[in-house]
Design a binder for this molecule. Structure first.
Ligand code: TRP
Length: 441
């Protein structure tokens, strides 16, 4: 059976960017940045993006395109005798873990569209906005109901196949989201007359960093770029050989960082202006944004459109995770697409019900995936480049479009000597800290 592919260059970038840009940028980035003290964390995140995440992204794209196979088979092909195919299996497990809590949060976003439409977010005080969020998360029926709707939507798109579904939706809606974020940013910044939010995000205070922040910055870079579990490997297998891979990877990383940064600019000024603690955790976006909308002309319409587009961003990311699962079921068990989709969604709903009813499970899944599973997956993926593929083959793949990749030596150096060992070092230091041994502080 011939594998499906993306129809155009821009479509492939848009789909990969659609996977990368999602709740990770707009919900997760501000809340972890807030919890870890702001600017110093942002800087660390940027450094990890460039030195670790971008090389991993390039590797995932290349491995996917080189083999043209779904994750498990891709790693089996680059090393027929080794056990690298286990990366694929851990990716499949990880996709279930992330999907289950991700869609609960996406469900809250959808519920906020409903609240905006019915005017229930209008003219609330800051305290009432926070209360609304707490009511939302403490009512499992709300979380479960909207999660199921969200997953059905994701399933609908995936069941229709790669180019017919994913590509079409991503291309149109992402630019609209960007535009709206900029508008909301401007209003938020003008609310913050003392510029406290801006300096929180831009003036680093390194005393606030701990080994926990270092690991979280790394985890956030992986989560945000959809790395470490085979999503981008799967997408890589859909990219045409005529396309410049390193350049596409760079575009995706730049778009992803830029949107997270804008989300920070949108959230923190408002948080300071309204007296919401920037370190208040996973509710941060939901407790700040309605306050900005309430102080904008036509705020309620903006609120509807904004949360709606956030839902779309979440769907395009959720799609990319489901695609890993479906692709795996298709090739492994020879299932038909719709059947595989229903199967994967049902399993996710069961796990999701746990996250929706028991919030420590949601936090645990969030932590486990971003700070443990993805960096470990990333470690093995990037290590497979020098160990299983080698410079010559890697270079040939990255230059398959017929151009030169001038920074190849830098990439290879990072892939062989820096990225895997930095991941391992951060990881081990964090584990030592559980036993009371602090390498930092
Ligand atoms: N990157 C997405 C976001 O920022 C989430 C996501 C999609 C993801 N696919 C992934 C995260 C794979 C980790 C791994 O919202």
């Amino acid at each position: 059976m011939k594998r499906e592919g993306f129809n155009s260059k821009i479509g492939a970038i848009a789909a990969a960017a659609g996977s990368a840009v999602g709740l990770g940028n707009i919900w997760r980035f501000p809340y972890v940045t807030g919890e870890n003290g702001g600017a110093a964390f942002l800087l660390l995140y940027l450094i990890f993006m460039i030195l670790i995440a971008l090389p991993v992204l390039m590797s995932e794209f290349s491995i996917g395109r080189m083999t043209g196979k779904p994750v498990t088979d891709a790693f089996r092909q680059i090393s027929p005798k080794g056990h690298w195919y286990l990366i694929g299996f851990s990716g499949v497990v990880c996709a279930f873990v992330i999907m289950s809590f991700y869609n609960v949060v996406a469900g809250w976003t959808m519920y906020y569209v409903y609240l905006s439409v019915t005017g229930k977010l209008q003219d609330l005080t800051t305290a009432e906005v926070s209360q609304t969020f707490h009511n939302t998360v403490s009512d499992p029926t709300i979380s479960i109901f909207w999660m199921v709707i969200m997953l059905s939507l994701t399933g609908y798109v995936v069941a229709r196949g790669v180019s017919g579904g994913i590509e079409k939706y991503s291309k149109i809606l992402m630019p609209v989201l960007l535009l709206l974020i900029i508008v909301v940013c401007i209003r938020s910044i003008t609310l913050d007359t003392e510029c406290k939010g801006i300096s929180f995000l831009l003036a680093p205070d390194f005393s606030k960093l701990s080994i926990k922040s270092v690991l979280e910055a790394l985890g956030q870079a992986f989560f945000s770029l959809s790395l470490g579990m085979g999503t981008m490997t799967t997408y890589g297998s859909y990219i045409s050989r005529k396309q410049n891979l390193p350049k596409s990877a760079m575009s995706v990383a730049i778009i992803d960082f830029f949107i997270a940064f804008l989300a920070g600019l949108m959230i923190f000024p408002c948080a300071f202006a309204c007296g919401v603690n920037p370190g208040s955790g996973p509710g941060l976006v939901f407790e700040t944004l309605p306050n900005v909308f309430n102080q904008m002309p036509m705020g309620w319409i903006i609120s509807i459109v904004f949360f709606l587009l956030l839902v779309v961003a979440a769907v395009t990311s959720s799609i990319s995770m489901l695609e890993v699962l479906v692709d795996f079921l298709l090739s492994k068990y020879n299932m038909k697409r719709p059947r595989a989709t229903v199967f994967a969604i049902t399993l996710t709903i069961i796990l999701g019900i746990g996250c929706a009813t028991f919030s420590p499970m949601l936090d645990f899944f969030d932590n486990l995936s971003a700070n443990v599973m993805l960096p470990l997956g990333g470690f093995f993926i990037i290590l497979s480049v020098p160990v299983c593929i080698g410079a010559k083959k890697m270079r040939a793949e990255m230059e398959a479009h017929g151009g030169k990749f001038k920074l190849f030596p830098v990439f290879y150096f990072l892939a062989k000597y820096i990225a895997p060992w930095a991941i391992l070092f951060i990881f081990v230091s964090k584990m030592l800290s559980w036993f009371g041994i602090e390498l930092f502080d």
